[in-house]
Write a protein that binds this ligand. Sequence first.
Ligand code: F0G
Length: 460
Amino acid sequence: MKRVKTIIEPFKIKTIEPIRFLTRRERQQVLTDAGYNLFNIHADDVLIDLLTDSGTAALSARQWAGIMEGDEAYAGSRSFYRFEKNVREITGLRHIIPTHQGRAAERILFTITGGEGRIFPNNTHFDTTRANVEMSGADAVDLPVPEGALPSVEGNFKGNMDLEALEALIRQRGPEHIPLCMITVTNNANGGQPVSMENIRNTSELCHATGIPLFLDACRFAENAYFIKLREPGYRRKSTREIAREMFSYADGCTMSAKKDALVNIGGFLAVNDDNLAQKARSILVVTEGFPTYGGLAGHDLEAIAQGLREVLDEHYLKYRLRSVAYVGEKLSEIGVPVFQPPGGHAIYIDAKAFLPHVPSHEYPGQSLACELYLHGGIRSCEIGSVMFGKRDPSTGAFQPARLELVRLAIPRRVYTQSHMDYVLECIGEVFAKRDKLKGMRIVSEPPLLRHFTARFEPL
Ligand code: F0G
């Protein structure tokens, strides 16, 4: 029997939010006023906002209904118990500790386990995770598989941990200096690439053999689970819920930003099996986040997370989600735009170095491209290259570029339709056609830390 092949948004739209159209001249003014930094512009001046997939999801009718049902009791809120039950059903972890977002869970975890002389391996740290490790005085070590760093190489699981490198690190530095090892699923800082079940299992075995606990940075666990279903032998017939359960079964704990795969605008959690660690975490939680049954969130936020965690594992949703992101990547590749291959789960990363080969790293090709996409079509993207990670040696003044010059188009969940994306594709195509004319940028002012948020630029 013939089946309809078109994959559609598995929802109807009941509430809408108008977007505002500016002229090119108006956008030029916005850009100049913002010092060519897209973090400095008002969201109302953006037509299609692909800055991040974090906290930008559209809630479902059931989530809104849950929000009305939210129990705002300080202690023992009904909404907390519903949240706890749903998180435990997926993760199987014993202690579920709510936090206001992912980095709050990270701060609590690394305040307890970090400190001078300690080392935390990760397939690739997200920037807040790295910052929290380093703030404790410990070292954050990235161990991605080598092919993960090559944008044009195809591969099913380019987000994997490099097991040989991990083994060598454990041998050289000693397991007693490694309080825990982390795997980020999907690997956001490395093209949004997934991690295979085999890699999670082998990392777990390697760590556990020397007594090191394994944690997942689980922000995008459902997208990762669906990639496993599609790409890893033996998983096609399993439900994504079963696959997610198996992923978590190899871990001793996790941090989670609910702003991604729990389909909410704010929230997160820390989940652990270790009773002692949980007790310490709850003590910090009470001081900095809130009582253990709300942890910096409203009762209604906990309801929205509980419901979002059910919806995110729906396979009609995940099929549409991964397909709609891949659509953008494939269409860009068709017109010759260099993108990180294969498309990731939540974002497409344009290789700005290959897009603008005439702009050297110290003239920030990613920043130049991101600004041009805004100017040309009102699209906001995010530079992930030498603006974010490049450094100047304080003594010699020599410029150290980032490993890759990328521009991330992060796709909010359930927010934009295919015609929005067709508009984005057309706009990028037009910029690509005149890429020779694009010039680099110069930094006019920058703060000492996390400069990408507030630095000001000028076109050269
Ligand atoms: N871990 C990963 C892999 C992330 O991508 C993020 C956030 C966090 C942790 C921190 O979570 O924002 O709730 O505190 N990523 C967002 C992004 C900001 O745009 O990629 P948070």
